[in-house]
Design a protein. Structure first.
Length: 576
């Protein structure tokens, strides 16, 4: 790099330039504009601008030379390798650390520690709990052990991790609120649409306590549960969560958490989108005032008789931007027909006026019939095994079977007769392809349906928590520590979603986690690090978006120090 001076009638400007090759030809590019001589004279308090600029370029060249240092490690053909395992260190967490500090979680932890006069490093503990939840999900003990292999080892002991969980539990709402506000500097957040859903986690214990209660589990395990409610914004980012006892009606979890969002996050105008199980009349009425609205899925089967008749009537259907009425008996019934037909009307029930929108999709109809066909095949295979026929769940193939214990003459049969219930099959078939939602919005039908179709994203978030993050089993028994465990899961999910958005949602969650986990390095004693992972398009994208590179043949200790400093500077990741 060198200086160049450009003179014009109005000013003399100084630039730093360097020689580069473009398309096989040598040329120069401007590295930095240092400003005009006049501007520099005003800033440098009498120092000569040219001398200052020359010293500045010399410093840049020295730094560049250090970064391009060739490291030589002497090896001997006569010397055996040591018997101990070659330790590798984890470097993929550095990308997560950039987001962690961008959310200013380090400052939040320092604030909590200062208020409570905590002696241990809360920031170090929380950051490692989040990184290991994404990269090496396991118990707190195993997470602590995994973090020992990070480039920056932990500066805390295991027993302090459990003490930190209790402290984090006392500050969940504070952390949620501040992290949301800080996230606005890092990611696009659409808080005009909020999605809400619930799931539960079972514990392998026999007796209930104040939090873990018996209830209806999603995985049908006969164990005490805790229940997690989650709000997600329209950009797919987790917004807030709550943990309740497993026996609580999930419909009663929505409004308290929503009130907290309105109060703490300063949000007041939004659409709440949820499924029918959470869309109670009280929840709908709560979101039918001020500037709030709702979109709730509606089961066609559970409509009142006259509404069900109207919904299934093949006439009176429409397409967006088409005025004519359509008879769906005359449309293509092939799965290649991806059009979505709709009809709508306003209804008034329980003192609530709302808009009922019903859709019909030939593609969805064929999908439902394919699924049911497979279930009928499984049911038929079970027909000659009545001993296995027990209680039938809503989607259990056994629901298509009926059994009788008497002959046609009314006598008691020696064997139970099991056969397909053709009436039930025919009853279910009439709903194929139909889907309903209720809303108080008056906007375009297509816009409402687009909002509702994105509900799958919050279901996918729960899948990530349970499958990728292994949120259970929870190796904790104290209520405060259990709540803190789910706080770490929530914050880890937020960090992952911001990372996804940063790399433009081009890669799946398993791809991202596997790549970060595999980004290991072999330390060279007193020299630096050698990458021990495969460079891919994803690693290139990560380096480009996060502004640092770990994929050099060798990284000196000085280079790694600069990378770590870069990840600890939240300004490097802010939205442009």
């Amino acid at each position: 790099m060198r200086l160049t001076i450009s003179k014009s009638p109005n000013a003399t400007n100084i630039f730093v330039i360097e020689d580069v090759k473009e398309n096989g030809k040598r040329t120069t590019r401007v590295v930095e504009s240092l400003g005009s001589v006049k501007e520099l004279e005003a800033k440098l308090n009498g120092q000569d601008p040219i001398e200052w600029a020359q010293a500045y370029v010399k410093e840049l060249n020295e730094k560049k030379s250090q970064d391009q240092e060739t490291v030589i490690q002497k090896l001997s053909t006569a010397k055996q390798i040591p018997k101990e395992k070659i330790n590798k260190v984890q470097s993929g967490y550095l990308f997560l650390q950039s987001i962690y500090t961008g959310l200013e979680l380090d400052k939040i932890c320092h604030s909590i520690s200062s208020e409570t006069k905590t002696e241990y490093n809360l920031d170090s503990i929380l950051s490692r709990l989040l990184y290991t939840r994404i990269l090496n999900p396991s118990s707190k003990r195993s997470s602590y052990e995994a973090s020992l292999n990070y480039i920056e080892p932990p500066d805390f002991s295991l027993h302090q991790v459990y003490r930190a969980l209790s402290l984090l539990s006392q500050n969940i709402e504070k952390i949620e609120m501040q992290v949301y506000k800080n996230s606005l500097q890092l990611a696009e957040r659409n808080t005009k649409v909020l999605y809400y859903d619930c799931t539960n986690y079972f514990f392998e214990i026999e007796e209930e306590d104040s939090l873990r209660k018996y209830g209806v589990g999603k995985q049908h395990q006969p164990n005490p549960l805790v229940q997690m409610g989650l709000f997600m914004d329209g950009s797919g980012m987790p917004l807030a969560f709550c943990i309740d006892e497993g026996s609580k009606n999930e419909q009663n979890t929505l409004t308290p958490l929503e009130k907290r969002i309105i109060k703490d996050f300063n949000l007041s105008e939004f659409i709440v989108c949820t499924d029918a199980g959470l869309g109670s009349t009280d929840n709908r009425k709560f979101n039918n005032k001020q500037n709030r609205s709702y979109i709730v899925t509606q089961s066609i089967k559970r409509l009142k008789a006259h509404l069900k008749e109207w919904a299934l009537d093949p006439t009176g259907w429409h397409l967006p931007n088409v005025d004519a009425d359509i008879d769906i008996r005359r449309v293509s019934d092939l799965s290649s027909n991806t059009r979505i037909y709709y009809k709508e009307r306003w209804i008034n029930e329980d003192g609530l006026s709302q808009r009922l929108i019903v859709t019909y999709s030939p593609k969805y109809k064929n999908y439902m019939r394919t699924i049911r066909g497979r279930q009928i095949e499984r049911a038929q295979a079970l027909a000659d095994k009545p001993a296995k026929l027990k209680q039938k769940r809503s989607n259990d193939p056994k629901r298509f079977l009926s059994s009788t214990h008497c002959t046609q003459d009314g006598e008691i049969a020696q064997k139970e007769l099991v056969r397909l219930d053709v009436d039930r099959i025919a009853n279910e078939e009439q709903y194929d392809g139909f889907y309903g939602v209720c809303t108080n919005l008056e906007g375009d039908v297509d816009d409402i349906l687009k909002i509702n179709r994105r509900r799958w994203e919050i279901e996918e978030s729960f899948r990530v928590l349970k499958t990728e993050f292994k949120a259970r089993p929870v190796h904790l028994s104290r209520e405060d520590r259990i709540r803190a465990h789910f706080l770490t899961c929530f914050l880890s999910l937020l960090i992952l979603r911001i990372l996804e958005q940063k790399i433009e949602n081009k890669y799946t969650v398993p791809e991202i986690i596997t790549t970060l986990r595999d980004m290991e390095m072999v330390p060279i004693k007193s020299k630096g690090y050698i990458p021990a992972y495969t460079r891919t398009d994803l690693t290139d994208t990560l380096h480009e978006k996060f502004g640092f590179q770990t994929d050099r043949e060798v990284l000196t200790q000085n280079m790694m120090k600069k990378i770590i400093q870069h990840t600890e500077n939240p300004k490097t990741l802010r939205k442009k």
